[in-house]
Design a binder for this molecule. Structure first.
Ligand code: F6P
Length: 321
């Protein structure tokens, strides 16, 4: 393996830059030439490929976003797009690819390696934490802390006005952010897509809290099957007499300086991805289970489902009584 390339794709996540830095520096350490593909699969198709050196990744470990930029590419979903991408890699002599992203990125990589002779390794980078084969994805810890900081502020105003707040956090298909943020903020109720939301139960809990809690917080994962925070508030209706407001935290969860946990995880996984490629591994994602590097076939990362632990919801409920 003489020349490899790294790219970021899909939703950005804090810590992606730390992962890029680790990939570049570990590749240089092993005397492998390293290139960066800009704008994810779109840039791969367009041959937007630049050489990277050690100093190209100076001063980025603390920055959110991704210096390589990212995109969601429709064209790469078609065979013709993937063929163009393969030709661009060939023209640049790229033998191995490291893709940092979530399930969409890995589905693309999997398809790509089925059709073309490319060596690929995935690094889990998404705030959603919804990839099987790793305890944590890069960006999750920072996103949880960002949401938490906001909810702590919402608690102040909720307490001052004696209000109920529905707070919507990100997680289209997954409730990992909602559960951790819910426990850490001491929320009164958490709704997530993985479990059936019972509006009657929520009403009942609100009636219970209303007896002696002057304010309350309900965390709603955006992808809940009963709807987003506005829709759920509509279904609950009078909220047991609480004056209520709705707050959507949104994309602020994707930005900001990565936490120490995310920087360290990104450093370990970026470095491991390079080592796996050099060892001749392909078609895998590198993750961590119980602090140990784990490799898993790319397809399993989305075909198998990492489950939110139901006992955590129960814990949140007990601790809010
Ligand atoms: O997958 C990461 C994520 O932030 C999800 O939590 C969210 O639903 C989605 O991306 C938002 O995507 P976009 O930035 O394209 O609106």
């Amino acid at each position: 393996m003489k020349r490899i390339a790294v790219f970021t794709s899909g939703g950005d996540a804090p810590g992606m830059n730390a992962a890029i830095r680790a990939v570049v520096r570990m590749a240089m350490y092993h005397k492998v030439e390293i290139f960066g593909i800009q704008y994810g699969y779109r840039g791969m198709i367009q041959g937007d490929i630049i050489p990277l050196q050690s100093r190209s990744v100076s001063n980025i470990i603390q920055r959110g976003g991704t210096i390589l930029r990212t995109a969601r590419s429709e064209e790469f979903m078609m065979y013709e797009g993937r063929e163009k991408a393969f030709n661009a890699l060939q023209q640049n002599g790229i033998e191995g690819l490291i893709g940092i992203g979530g399930d969409g990125t890995f589905k693309g990589l999997s398809k790509f390696m089925e059709e073309f002779p490319v060596n690929v390794v995935g690094v889990p980078g998404t705030i959603d934490n919804d990839l099987y084969g790793t305890d944590y994805t890069i960006g999750f810890d920072t996103a949880v802390n960002t949401a938490l900081g906001t909810i702590d502020k919402i608690r102040d105003t909720a307490a001052a006005h004696e209000r109920l707040f529905y707070v919507e956090v990100m997680g289209r298909d997954a409730g990992f952010i909602a559960v951790d943020v819910g426990i850490a903020s001491g929320a009164e109720y958490i709704v997530i897509p993985e479990t059936e939301t019972n509006i009657d139960d929520l009403r009942e809990m609100l009636r219970h809290y209303r007896k002696d809690k002057s304010s309350a917080i309900i965390i709603v994962a955006e992808g809940d099957e009963e709807g987003n925070a506005f829709e759920i508030a509509d279904k609950v209706k009078d909220a047991a007499g609480y004056d209520y407001r709705i707050s959507v935290i949104g994309h602020v969860q994707r930005g900001g300086s990565p936490s120490a946990l995310d920087r360290c995880l990104a450093s370990r996984l970026g470095a491991a991805a390079v080592e796996k490629l050099i060892e001749g591994k392909t078609g895998i994602m590198v993750g961590e289970i119980n602090w140990k590097i784990n490799e898993i076939p790319l397809e399993e990362t989305w075909k198998k489902h990492k489950r939110v632990q139901p006992h955590l919801l129960e814990l949140a409920r007990i601790l809010s009584l």
